[in-house]
Each structure stands twice: as C-alpha cells, then as structure tokens.
Design a protein around this ligand. Structure first.
Ligand code: ZN
Length: 616
C-alpha cells in the first residue's frame, strides 16, 4: 500500500467574533473513495475528561469539487462524506466561548483555540502532513491583531497571519493558537528562543517576567542534559480578573492567571501570587519533557475517541508537581524557607482529605476521568489528588534514594534516565517501568516503598525522612479558618483548642452555605449536608460577616442548636462541636542539624547538575 502523503489543508478564520464563531474549511485532495470519515476529538491530551468537542460544531457541509454532497453523521463525533474522487471540501462552523486552556474562545478582543476543538481528523490520513492557513477576522477593528503559536510557519511571518504547518494531526492539535493584540516579551535560554504572549488587560513588568522565566527554563533544560527538544517555545498567557490553570504542549503552554499574579513594574518584592504564577509556568515547562515526550505507553498513541486509562498520572503530574517548585528553589527564584512553606501546604492539603484513606494514587490516576476531573461536594471524602500526593511520593522517593545512597543518587538521576531511555526514543512508559527503572538507576531496593506509596492508602513517612535532611517538622491544629500550613513562624502561643464545624463553607449572598461536609466531622454527625444554608446558631442569626466570630466563641465539646435551610425546608439540628483536627504542617530549616544531615539537605535544595550545568 502506498503511504498517503498529500497534505491535509485547513483554513481557519474568526468569522463572527461577536457571535464567537470560527469558520473552518478542510480540504482533502485524496479522500477515501468509499466515503471519507472525519472525527472530532472527545478530549484534549493533558486534561483527562471526556469533553466531546464535536458538540460545538454548529453547521457543517461537504462539497466534491463544485458539487454539494451528503455528509452523514455516524455517531456523536463522526461524519462520513458520500464517495468523492477529490478534492473533498468540508466547511463548518465552531462555536467558541470557553475561556479555558482546554477549549476555544473567540470574541471581538481576541481568539484562542486548541486544535482539538476546531480541526476534524481525516480518518486514515492522520499521519499526513497538514497545512493551516490562519486568517484574521474581517473589518478594520481587528487590523492590529497578531498571531502567537509554536506551530511552524509555512510562509507566515513571525506573529503574522498566513500559512503554518504540522507534520501530522497529532502535532497539529498540539500547537494552540492565540490571536489578538497581546503584549510580547522574549528571551533566549540555552540557545532556545522563548516568547511570552499575554492577552487581557494587565500592566506586568515584562522585563522582570522574561528574566525570571529565563532562569527557570534554563534550569529545566540543564536538568535534562542541556539540550532542549524544541528550538522555539511560547508561553500563551491569558490574564483575567480571577483565574488559574495551565495546559502543556510540546513547544508551548497555555496559561490562565489573575492579572495580579503577574509582577508589577517598580515592585521588586516577590509576592506569594507571583510565586504561584512562576510555579505554574515551571510546572507546564517541565511537562515539555515529562508527559509530552516521556509518555505513558497508554498514550502512545492517544486514542482521542475515548478514555485512555493509565495508573501513572501520579508520576506524570505528581513528579512534575514536585519539580515545579523544587526547580524554583534550585534556581534561586524561591528561598528555601519559601519552598518549605509551599511543601508544608501540600502536605497539609493531602492530610486534610479523608479520601486519602480510600483511594490510592494508582486508583486516582486510573479514575481521573470520572473522579479527579469531575469533583463534586464529596470529593475530599472520596478522592486523593494524584498531583498533591503524587508530589509527596516523588519527594519521599527522592529523599529515600538520597538517604540510602548518602547523596550519590537521587530522583534527578531517575528522571534523566527516563528522558534518555523513553523520552528521547519515543518508547512508551509501561505501567511498572518507573518502579523497575528507579531501582536499577539508584541501586536501592524500592519494592516495598512503591507497593505502599502507589497501591495502598498508607501515609508516607515524610516526617522521618525530612528530619534526616535537617528539616524541622511540626503537626498542629489549624489556628484559623485560613491556616493552610507553612513555616513555623506563624506559630502563636499555645492557645485553647478551636472548635470547628467539620465542613468547608462558602458565602451564599450574605448567608453561609456548607460547600463540603467532611467525614467524621460534627456537621455530618448532626445530619447537616453540603448545600445546606445556615440560618442561626442557638437562635442567633448567622451571616458570612459573623460566622467566624460566632464559632470562635465556642469551645470543643459544646452543644449548639443549628437552624439551616435544605432547599426551602427549615431543619433544626443539635450539634456537638469538635476540636480542630491536628492536620496542619509546618516545615523549617533546622539550623542545629548535624553536618551529615545539612550536607544531604544542601545537595537536595541547591542547584543540581545536569550535564550542561556541569560543563558551564
Ligand atoms: Zn500538569
């Protein structure tokens, strides 16, 4: 059989920005003579949920040469054109009003799309090269629009409209595209050109942003050996009032952040919000290696028509979450105390969910499609995050290897071996390959570690491990509703134990609603449920303004009458308050630790050395 190599031609135009409609014209020069089928992906790689992007296709028609031909719908995301000897042209419109990194969004201010949302796949020709003509919306209002994407040009000037190309469909949908009047910054790291395109109203200090991102990207490139697998990389940033999210791609990432997360001109002090933004950028950039190239065998190749199951998301998301902040401390963008405070907050978040006693990270990975990505009010009682617990497993694994080898080996060596043996070669990572590789590379017996950490719900021995690295660990009850753990400087004088409801609440207009009710808490014991709106405690009206104060005056063990509305029915319950659980971690450098422990700690937190940084 002759391999079909005629390019698949796409043309995309923001046809009606005010109606959020893209028009796409797809031309297939050599369609299947028996009737060509087309499919729209059901999900986007990196975000493990069935989204059924075909539901946004509004209008679709096919022509064979000049003649209109039938286009039959076979299932929710598949169409088949009547036989045609080519060229076959399919014209369709896509509604784009999802302002997320996973979707497509178009209005009169900008356009953003992921290929999974707008490009039909030509069945049988997924390996054919693709060309994409990206056109501007009509009208003078959009004449200053530009294009930002890592998709290679096929004639378009940098940031220009015109022709782009991809080697195949898989690459085509891995280059999101932004159009509009974005702000641009650029830098070069280890010979790789990087750009940051920021859409949305903001007044970020672009010079500082570029300088900090250069440090982070150079660190990651060095970590994996000094030569990046791409020549050009772009951060596509959407700055909004309140938002957070990112999605990784082979040579770019799409990020959503709050405009206040970006550094402000003239303000040199680094605040927590900017640290979170840098952590997000670092996370997605690390994915350039870990998940975009070092991939589960279950994703090699992706089946975009249905769920792709793997028990390895703890490794691809958890290890990436471990290294995102660790890289920042190693390259000097976080101080060790700031890093340890962030780590303590992750430990606290995992500790607080009773779901960690019901689901292993392997199970959480496997069920991501229906659990982690579809969280409801019961999520903390039912789910463990393969991000947060996965990051702690990576930490425990790293410290275990370092301790057992007296610092000669580490998880860094395992990651570099994964890159050499899987990422560079394109070989998919089998479900237990990481366990085998970690033992081989480190020379440490890890079977019991993995059995417990990955496949059971046992807690990790983090406190003991961290102490061996000269880190002081404390575990205490939260000191306020907003206490998420962190350093130990926040510790006050030992106070009376606080009474808590055993629920997460949220403002509901001026009232207070139970958002989540925790297993084992007093709200649940009293028969209160998520969704209940609190009315009164012992006859005193509860509002979001006085809720915290009313609780602060109570002691654990006290009983009180709670009035609440469930739907429109008033319920009255007697509730016995419990003490705030001991679930909040603090981490701090132990300045008095013995020298052996300090050496281990320094080697862990200080700049590491891939081949390139050793060369420098
Ligand atoms: Zn991730």
């Amino acid at each position: 059989m002759i391999v079909e190599r005629a390019p698949i031609r796409y043309r995309i135009v923001p046809r009606h920005p005010e109606a959020h409609v893209f028009e796409v014209i797809l031309t297939v020069d050599r369609p299947d003579p028996g009737g060509q089928t087309f499919t729209m992906p059901a999900w986007i790689p990196g975000s493990y949920m069935i989204r059924e992007f075909a539901r946004h296709v509004v209008r679709i028609a096919a022509r064979c040469g000049r003649r209109a031909i039938a286009l039959e719908k076979l299932d929710k995301h598949t169409w088949r054109a009547a036989p045609c000897d080519g060229p076959l042209r399919v014209t369709y419109e896509v509604y784009a009003w999802d302002l997320s990194v996973r979707g497509a969004h178009l209005d009169t201010t900008h356009a953003f799309f992921n290929g999974t949302c707008v490009f039909l796949r030509v069945e049988g020709q997924a390996e054919a090269p693709c060309t994409v003509e990206i056109l501007p919306p009509s009208g003078s209002a959009h004449r200053r629009w530009r294009v930002a994407t890592a998709m290679p040009s096929a004639g378009a000037r940098r940031h220009g409209f015109g022709a782009y190309r991809a080697r195949n469909y898989d690459e085509l949908i891995d280059h999101p595209v932004e159009m509009g009047e974005f702000a641009l910054a650029g830098f070069t790291a280890r010979g790789v050109e990087h750009e940051v395109a920021i859409t949305g109203r903001q007044s970020a200090d672009l010079t500082r942003l570029a300088r900090d991102l250069e440090r982070m990207t150079a660190h990651h490139i060095d970590f994996f050996g000094g030569r990046a697998p791409m020549r050009y990389y772009v951060f596509l940033v959407m700055a909004v009032g309140d938002g957070y999210g990112g999605l990784e791609h082979r040579a770019s990432t799409a990020l959503i952040c709050s405009r206040d997360d970006l550094p402000r001109a003239g303000v040199e002090k680094q605040d927590d919000r900017y640290r979170v933004f840098l952590g997000l950028a670092s996370h997605e950039y690390f994915h350039t290696w870990n998940v975009k190239r070092i991939k589960p065998a279950a994703f090699s190749p992706y089946d975009l028509s249905r769920e792709n199951y793997t028990r390895l998301l703890w490794a691809f998301e958890g290890m990436t979450s471990y290294y995102d902040d660790l890289a920042l401390v190693r390259c000097g963008l976080l101080t060790p105390p700031q890093y340890l405070a962030a780590l303590a907050r992750t430990m606290t978040a995992v500790e607080r969910g009773s779901g960690r006693a019901k689901q292993s990270v392997a199970e959480s990975s496997f069920d991501a499609w229906v659990k982690y990505y579809r969280q409801d009010e019961n999520a903390p009682n039912a789910i463990v995050s393969y991000y947060a617990k996965g990051a702690l497993i990576a930490l425990a694994l790293d410290l275990t290897i370092r301790r057992a080898t007296r610092g000669r080996k580490s998880l860094d060596d395992v990651m570099r071996a994964l890159w050499q043996e899987y990422g560079k070669t394109g070989r998919g990572v089998g479900e237990t390959d990481i366990e085998v590789l970690a033992e081989r590379i480190s020379g440490v017996r890890l079977e019991r570690f993995f059995t417990s950490a990955l496949y059971s719900c046992a807690d990790l021995p983090l406190a003991a491990l961290l102490r061996d690295f000269g880190i002081k660990v404390t575990l205490r009850a939260a000191q306020s509703a907003s206490d998420r753990g962190g350093g130990m400087s926040e510790k006050r004088e030992p106070s009376e134990p606080r009474a808590v409801l055993g629920a997460r609440t949220e403002a509901f207009g001026p009232e207070v609603k139970l958002a989540q009710v925790f297993d084992g808490g007093c709200a649940q014991a009293a028969g209160l449920s998520a969704g209940d709106v609190l009315v009164a405690f012992d006859g005193i009206r509860v509002s979001s303004a006085n809720f915290e104060r009313l609780l602060e005056r109570r002691k654990p063990g006290e009983r009180m009458h709670v009035h609440a509305f469930r739907r429109d029915e008033l319920i009255v319950r007697e509730l016995r308050l419990l003490a705030a659980p001991v679930d909040t971690y603090g981490l701090e450098i132990d300045v008095h630790a013995p020298a052996t422990r300090r050496r281990l700690r320094d080697a862990w937190l200080k700049p590491t050395t891939g081949a390139a940084s050793r060369r420098r």
